[in-house]
Structure formats: structure tokens, C-alpha cells
Design a protein around this ligand. Structure first.
Ligand code: CU
Length: 118
């Protein structure tokens, strides 16, 4: 019984490490052309986007989550607020940006993402 509890504990730690650390690393995507972000199951995939500074960029958001809250995409620093129709792809055009970090999220900030410009 004790062994079984220990095994469950180890499995839980592995899962937590994977979720908070390894998983996020895999979420980084360096975009060269247009980039697609899937909006599904409570996360943006990828949630962390890297783009180059001083270059205009398009990001395609593909919303596959019917939750009403997932409908809005906000990038507050850029005054962008767009409706994402369900099961459709919406192109968001970003202006040429200076280096920095720009957060994006859904209406109630359940979905969260970040654009790193460098
Ligand atoms: Cu939301």
C-alpha cells in the first residue's frame, strides 16, 4: 500500500514538471511566415510566439472551442480586440513592433498567451 502511494506521488511530480516546465518549452514557436494558433481545450497552441522586431506579421487564430469566452481575442498593448468565429480561421495583422513582450488573452483571461518580439 505504501509503495503504491509513493508511485502515485512520483507520477504526480513527473506530471507537474512536464506541465509547468517541459510543456511550456515546447509551446514556443518561432514564426517566419504566417503562424497559426489553435484555440482549444483552454490553451492557445502555441501559447508563446516569438517574432522579429520591426516586421509586420500575420497570426492566424483557429478557434475550435465553443466556449463563449474563447470568442474574444485581446492584445491590450496593441489595442487589438477581435471576435474569433467558431471553427474558422481569423487573421490578425500585427504592425511592425519594437522589442518587448505582448500578452494576449480571451475575454476572461482563461486563455493566455504571449508574443515575444525581438
Ligand atoms: Cu476565456
Amino acid at each position: 500500500m505504501m509503495l503504491w502511494i509513493n508511485l502515485v506521488g512520483i507520477a504526480l511530480i513527473v506530471l507537474i514538471v512536464w506541465w509547468f516546465w517541459l510543456y511550456k518549452e515546447h509551446n514556443i514557436s518561432i514564426a517566419e511566415g504566417s503562424l497559426e494558433v489553435l484555440v482549444k481545450d483552454g490553451i492557445y497552441q502555441p501559447a508563446h510566439i516569438k517574432i522579429r522586431a520591426n516586421e509586420e506579421r500575420q497570426i492566424v487564430f483557429h478557434r475550435a472551442d465553443g466556449t463563449p469566452c474563447a470568442e474574444m481575442l485581446s492584445i491590450p498593448d496593441l489595442d487589438i480586440s477581435e471576435r474569433l468565429p467558431l471553427n474558422k480561421k481569423t487573421v490578425i495583422s500585427l504592425p511592425a513592433l519594437p522589442s518587448g513582450e505582448y500578452a494576449f488573452h480571451c475575454q476572461m483571461q482563461m486563455y493566455k498567451g504571449k508574443i515575444t518580439v525581438q
